[in-house]
Structures are given as C-alpha cells and as structure tokens.
Design a protein around this ligand. Structure first.
Ligand code: HPA
Length: 274
C-alpha cells in the first residue's frame, strides 16, 4: 500500500463509522488462539475482514479474520479477531492498517494481545504477562517513509508505550478476577521461523521476558496517534532451548485455547474498569 494511504484508511474508517453508531470505548486485537473473547460480547455485529474495503487479509491458522462490535459492562467494544503479520510478507504500513483505522474512528484505548514464547524461566505455559515495555527487533518500523502529519509526529515519544494507568487497571482486574498476571518486556522478532537457543540467550541478555512476532508495530502506530495502549501476552511455550524439545505452532494454539477463559475474564475486568 503506497500512494493515498491516508485516504484509504479514512475511506475504511468512514465506512465503519456508518455501521457503528458510536465511537468504540476500546478496541482489542485478539492474538493467536485468543479469539473467543469476541463471542462473549452482547449484541455483537460481526463483519468478516474480506467484506471490509482495503482491509488486509490474514491467513494464519488460529486467526478468524473478523471485526466484531458489541458491548460489555456498558462499554462499546470493537474486537479484531486476527491481524496481519510482518512475516506474511505484508509491509508494516499494511500490518498497521487496522490500527490506523481505529485511530481515525476516534478510538482512544487499544488493548493488544498476543501469543508469545517465554524467555523468563519463571514463566510457565499459560502465564499471562502484562507488557511493561518492548524491544523492536523487527528490523524496521511502521513509521518509516514520508511522515503523514495527519497521523502524528515524525519523531513520536516512546517513553511510555504501554500506559501506566492501563497497566494499573490490569493489575486491579487480575486481583478482582483471581487471574494471576506477570509483568515483563516483550521483544518483537520478524519470524516466521522460531528462534534458535542462541538467539533466546541473546534476547534474555538484552532484557526481554517474552518473544513474539506481532504487537510492536501496532503499539508504535497507536502511540504516534495518541492512543493509550495496554499489551497482554499469553505465554504459550518456553522459548527455544529453555527445555530440550522442539516448538510447534500447534502447542502455541493449544495453550492459548486452554487459558482463553482466564484471559477473557482478565479482559472483562479491565473493560469494567475503563
Ligand atoms: N517465539 C516467537 N513467537 C512466538 C513464540 C515463540 O516461542 N510462541 C508464540 N509466538
């Protein structure tokens, strides 16, 4: 996607504005295997990505590819079940198209979720980690290229990508719902191959607790647009080399599905508190 990118984002936002009668209070991107949350929204209206103009398709197993608008705890929630990934061959502007649309819709709070490998050896499969900060090792940045001033600044500040306020709400929700959460740093890598054990030792050395292939592009773009961001990783597997066994996407999906109940109740707790 090159020329007229802003216009395409605006065209898609305008269409969605016509379908949704109010600005969503919060948007949520549901990561691999975590799509069930959208099913719990009241009065849900679902639109498959294929029916939304300009919307990138995601073909990854475990991603439904649909936009769901419904309500929860008196809030209008826009859930995106499935996202475009860098490793699929999309450029980062395509990867962040949905986030741009959220911004032009007027969304002020965005919850980004993902499945991630646990680098921190204290994390067990099924641990939910509130993202305190990130490291971008994608080798690129969605803000590369001529700056679109209508989106935001050329050099946006990233001192607090993951809102301290929202992290606090997640902590309160975790206690209220009796869902234990960990905190840590998420590192984004290009993928799609999983890491080598040497890469995981390197990532641990530079301060990462969890590794995954998403979230960071969306968070960067959201911050440039002034959207408050909360990030939650579902640790689906010990990262490569932590245990003497190979990694499988099937295992990632299975663990994510297993913790969906806890994950959804944590999200509910956050939304109740927004
Ligand atoms: N590495 C990268 N991405 C992932 C992993 C992992 O171990 N698990 C789930 N997503």
């Amino acid at each position: 996607m090159t020329g007229g990118y802003y216009e395409k984002v605006e065209q898609t936002a305008a269409l969605l504005r016509g379908q949704i009668d109010r600005v969503p209070d919060v948007a949520i991107v549901l990561g691999s295997g975590l799509g069930d949350f959208a099913e719990g929204l009241e009065g849900a209206v679902t639109t498959p990505y294929g029916e939304i103009p300009n919307w990138p398709a995601s073909a990854v197993i475990g991603h439904a590819g649909k936009l769901v608008v419904g309500s929860l705890a008196g809030k209008t929630v826009l859930a995106l079940s499935g996202r475009a990934h860098f490793y699929e061959g999309h450029d980062l502007r395509t990867v962040t198209f949905a986030t741009r649309v959220m911004g032009l819709l007027g969304v002020k709070q965005l919850i980004l979720t993902n499945a991630a490998g646990g680098i921190n050896v204290a994390f067990k499969p099924g641990t939910l980690m509130v993202i305190d900060d990130h490291i971008n090792l994608l080798g690129s940045n969605p803000l590369v290229g001529p700056n679109e001033d209508r989106f935001g600044f050329r050099f946006p500040d990233m001192t607090e990508v993951y809102s301290q306020r929202l992290r606090g709400l997640a902590g309160a929700a975790a206690i209220a719902k009796a869902v234990p959460v960990a905190h840590g740093v998420y590192v984004a890598v290009h993928g799609p191959s999983y890491e080598t054990p040497a890469e995981i030792r390197f990532l641990r050395t530079i301060g990462a607790d969890a590794v995954g292939m998403s979230t960071v592009p969306e968070a960067l773009v959201a911050r440039q647009m002034g959207i408050e961001v909360l990030g939650i990783s579902c640790i689906t597997n010990p990262a490569a080399g932590v245990l003497p066994k190979p990694l499988h996407h099937d295992e990632v999906m299975e663990v994510a599905r297993r913790v969906q109940g806890q994950f959804s109740s944590l999200l509910e707790g956050v939304i109740e508190r927004l």
